[in-house]
Design a protein around this ligand. Structure first.
Ligand code: NAP
Length: 441
């Protein structure tokens, strides 16, 4: 059988990882794929000392790879939107299969890429785009095919998880840990995508589309980062039996689909609450299988290469099959994609952790609980803390104490109206701090 030729565009961290793992495991990968796989052309602006390319053809122009008639599969590892989009579309137009690790590209342009690939009869696979080395896309698309998926929740950004873990374990401030994460190479020089949740939102949108068989819709994902988390919230959450994790949550409810990325209190007894440092995990709840948890390295040269090469093997296995007999890109055929509406954050139902700094006066707690009760929100737990800012002892009103509460589940719009009323109280001098709470039961 003819060997399959791979062209790699981009020879950075992941590109070098793919070259090295392919070289090391060449025989077992060929045995699994059913034929030989050769890296025949690499597009890279410069060499990467992390790998040895031997006599492999190298072009400084990545488009030379997608226009090479001998290349069967293009592996896009340059990242970003452009020229990655143009490169992938050109590869598809040239009749080449595509494997990519690029979550930003798939989340923002996946619909147009998949439509073009369908029309041309080629595959586009992107396992490495979500949770690095964890085969979560294959698990949802194939392993859980029998299930109606109810919800999924994932720690899908290692940088954010590292920062929250350090804040909890060492009582450190967000800004301080972020500098550390940058020095360790976990966070980019511009950490916005990681800490403001955009990277996690890219990944969540992909997972939601696979779980619910719907087109990608990045704009419908609510995104909130971790930069406003205070060390005291991490401590109070712990005292209440919770951990704060930056979760991506997708849930199918009667009215449609929720997609949201935000800091979340989860009970510390849940396995996923104990996923620490840069590790990733995704919890998926199917109606038949129940909850399933997938854990592993969410980034790094070889873990990510593991997913990229698994995709290459999948493409090779199906390369001679009629397109109709291949696994559909989003788990269901394009024409069967659902038109489920997506919900805005004000329409979600969840519980809340609140920290309200109030003047230390008698009866304040009852004012707060009355407002919540008037909004139909009950209280599940209360922490009454010591004075946090010592004023002059006799001036009781100048002293601030935090009231910490966990509420029952409520509609977010109703909750926000109650927060506004609480903030209007004379005894409340700053914004109410709140974090959503999920039981993940
Ligand atoms: P990286 O180390 O920055 O490597 C990207 C490579 O692409 C660099 O060598 C860069 O070359 C090259 N490149 C960029 N634009 C190019 C262009 N126009 N022409 C030629 N070469 C170009 O990035 P990475 O970490 O390997 O990430 C690659 C992809 O994998 C991204 O989509 C990323 O999101 C995804 N991913 C990465 C990880 C991870 O752990 N790193 C995990 C999961 C997914 P120069 O050096 O010359 O700029």
């Amino acid at each position: 059988m003819k060997a399959i030729n791979i062209g790699i565009c981009g020879l950075g961290t992941v590109g070098a990882g793919v070259v090295n793992v392919m070289q090391r495991n060449v025989a077992s990968i060929a045995a699994r794929a059913g034929r030989e796989i050769l890296i025949t052309h690499i597009g890279a602006r410069r060499d990467n000392p992390a790998c040895d390319l031997g006599s492999t053809k190298i072009s400084r122009d990545i488009f030379a790879v997608v226009n090479d008639p001998d290349v069967d599969i293009v592996v896009e590892l340059i990242g970003g939107y452009e020229p990655a989009l143009e490169l992938v579309m050109q590869a598809i137009a040239n009749g080449k299969h595509v494997v990519t690790a690029n979550k930003a590209l798939i989340a923002m342009h996946g619909n147009e890429i998949f439509a073009a690939a369908d029309a041309r009869g080629v595959s586009v696979l992107f396992e490495a785009a979500v949770a690095g080395g964890i085969p979560i896309i294959k698990a949802i698309r194939e392993g859980l095919a029998a299930n109606s998926i109810e919800w999924l929740a994932g720690i899908i950004n290692g940088t954010g998880n590292y920062i929250l873990t350090e804040m909890r374990d060492k009582g450190r401030q967000f800004d301080d840990v972020l500098v550390d994460a940058q020095q360790l190479g976990y966070a980019e020089a511009d950490p916005t995508f990681d800490v403001e949740g955009i990277d996690a939102a890219h990944k969540l949108v992909i997972l939601a589309s696979l779980a619910f068989g719907m087109p990608l819709n990045f704009d419908a994902c609510f995104t909130e980062g971790i930069s406003a988390i205070a060390p005291q919230d991490v401590i109070f959450a712990g005292e209440l039996g919770y951990r704060i994790k930056h979760l991506g949550i997708a849930r199918k409810v009667e009215q449609g689909v929720e997609m949201r990325v935000h800091p979340t209190l989860i009970p510390q007894r849940r396995l996923i609450a104990n996923v620490d440092g840069v590790m990733n995990a995704v919890l998926v709840k199917g109606d038949a299988v129940g909850p399933t948890l997938y854990y592993g390295a969410g980034a790094g040269a070889e873990p990510t290469a593991s997913s990229v090469i698994a995709d290459i093997v999948d493409v090779v296995r199906g390369i001679d099959a009629e397109p109709i007999n291949r696994v559909p890109t989003l788990g269901v055929a394009q024409q069967a994609l659902s038109t489920l509406p997506t919900l805005s954050i004000s329409d979600i139902n969840t519980a809340y952790y609140l920290r309200i700094n109030v003047s230390d006066q008698p009866g304040v707690l009852s004012h707060v609980t009355q407002i919540l009760s008037d909004a139909g929100i009950s209280i599940e737990a209360v922490l009454q803390k010591e004075v946090v800012q010592q004023g002059v002892q006799s001036e009781q009103a100048s002293r601030q104490v935090p009231i910490v509460l966990i509420t029952s589940q409520t509609l977010e719009s109703q909750f926000m109206a109650a927060v506004k009323n609480i903030e209007a109280l004379d005894v409340v001098q700053e914004s109410v701090h709140f974090i959503r709470v999920e039981s993940l039961g």
